[in-house]
Design a protein around this ligand. Structure first.
Ligand code: UD1
Ligand code: CA
Length: 452
């Protein structure tokens, strides 16, 4: 059996924040989501999250993706693991991860499971030029790991050691379950350190090894907002490099922000300051220009998105959007549509080849094919209490500055004269004119101007 335990109960005092540390976002996704994404890429039978500070927030976010253990009071990493111990399988291996190490890749987790086959404990270490406040890995003359000493407990000589404990381990469950109770809090911080198990295991002739990670930066821990930025930069670089290798053109990858869950086909072009959050899929030959923000959406082929915001939408092929359009709440836009500047759409479903080029709001609207919207069309979908639907049939022509008071429908080939406020359904092939007739008063214009 393969288990994983992720520690995420700490407050993260140095973040200076009301939010629990692991809920701070990297590329739009809480740090703990990054850890879980990589963990999910590895086969495990059980993942247990130890939560304490902000437990509710974390559980609301991760829901039933993991099992939970509550650590009500934070008495150290050893104490945190004790809270999860009853949920572990009696045999097998457990990888221990920290919720504040968001860069750890699935290959590294897999490597730890495999490396621990003939051991009871494998410690992942790194060599840091500046080992700072990390725990130091102390080896004997033969190079075997002897113990891990926390920064605050180090002798001057131990402080000089450059090999540090990453905080990532793999344990044999039998040994972990048997010996975890032997950890004491007899140290500088009065905490139960999981790192004490190195010495405890060795004292019982168990097999302990320390192996070091290939890329030191992968194991960086986030303790303050400076670390958070460093981790974000590292992850951003890694994600963008992957897509550059897979046929995406970036004008400036340093200022393009792409979530772990976004995927692309070939020949997508991304301008600077593009933000793609959540789970998106962008199809081939699509271009997204600066200051576009897209979340949880699917975008078709040969689409142009120009400085626009799109959330929770599905966009077809050959669609032009923007500049400055806003599509949200489940819009489904078919192929060949044109959605121009200052157009907002909410929960609107569109067929093909419609033109909605300027200053328009469509809410809760169903549109057929080949409809033309003039400038400034508004669906009046909300009466202050309830939302109502608008339906517009194929080939309809909606004049400029038309208000459609919903619920309402416009038939196939329906035409609405500019400036109309329509309140009743318009049958197929009909024209609606709903405005006052114009009156011209001879001479009155000149008189008015001369008076000024
Ligand atoms: C820990 C290691 C240290 C290692 C470093 C790597 C111990 C004793 N020390 O130190 O050797 O170099 O990580 O980053 O393990 N947590 C809980 N409950 C607690 C305490 C911590 O859930 O009671 C969680 C925190 O939320 C955090 C993680 O465990 O995600 C690490 O805790 P932290 O206090 O940051 O440990 P370090 O002092 O960094
Ligand atoms: Ca830490």
């Amino acid at each position: 059996m393969r288990n994983a335990v992720v520690l995420a109960a700490g407050k993260g005092t140095r973040m200076k924040s009301g939010l629990p540390k692991v809920m701070h976002k990297i590329l739009g996704q809480p740090m703990i989501g990054h850890v879980l994404t990589h963990l999910n890429e590895v086969h495990t039978d059980k993942n247990i999250m130890v939560v304490g500070h902000g437990a509710q927030l974390i559980q609301d976010y991760l829901k039933d993706q993991v099992l939970y253990a509550l650590q009500a009071e934070q008495k150290g990493t050893g104490h945190a693991v004790m809270q999860a111990i009853d949920q572990l399988d009696p045999t097998g291996d457990t990888v221990l991860l920290y919720g504040d190490c968001p860069c750890v890749q699935s290959e590294t987790i897999e490597w730890l499971f495999e490396s621990n086959k003939d051991h009871d404990l494998t410690v992942l270490t790194a060599f840091f030029f500046d080992p700072a406040k990390y725990g130091r890995v102390i080896r004997d003359k033969k190079g075997r790991i002897k113990k891990i000493v926390e920064f605050k407990d180090c002798s001057p000589n131990e402080l000089k050691v450059k090999e540090i404990n990453t905080g990532i381990y793999c344990f044999k469950n039998e040994a972990l379950i048997k010996y975890i109770a032997q950890i004491t809090n007899n140290n500088a911080q009065g905490e139960y350190y999981i790192t004490d198990l190195v010495e405890i295991f060795l004292n019982h002739d168990l097999r302990v090894q320390a192996i070091s990670v290939k890329d030191n930066e992968e194991v960086m821990g986030v303790n303050d907002r400076q670390d958070l930025l460093n981790a974000q930069r590292w992850i951003q670089k890694k994600i963008n490099a992957k897509w550059i290798d897979n046929g995406v053109t970036f004008l400036n990858p340093q200022s393009t922000y792409i979530s772990l869950q976004t995927t692309f086909e070939e020949d997508v072009v991304l301008y600077p300051n593009v933000f793609l959050e959540g789970k998106n899929h962008i199809r081939r030959n699509t271009t997204i220009t600066s200051n576009s923000f897209i979340r949880d959406s699917r975008i078709g082929q040969n689409v142009t998105i120009d400085s626009s915001r799109i959330t929770d939408c599905v966009i077809g092929d050959n669609v032009n959007i923007g500049p400055f359009a806003h599509l949200r709440n489940g819009c489904q836009i078919g192929d060949g549509n044109r959605i121009g500047n200052f157009v907002e759409m909410k929960n609107t479903v569109m067929g093909q080849d419609n033109r909605c080029a300027h200053l328009t709001y469509l809410g809760d609207t169903e549109v057929g094919d080949d409809v033309n919207f003039g400038c400034g069309v508004v669906t009046v979908n909300y009466d202050g209490h309830n939302k109502f639907k608008t339906k517009i049939g194929d080939h309809a022509f909606i004049g400029s500055n038309v208000n459609l008071i919903a619920p309402i429908s416009v038939g196939t080939n329906g035409v609405i004269a500019a400036g109309s406020t329509v309140t009743e359904d318009i049958p197929d092939d009909a024209m609606a004119i709903a405005r006052q007739r114009q009156e011209n008063k001879p001479g009155l214009g000149k008189k008015y101007i001369e008076k000024k």
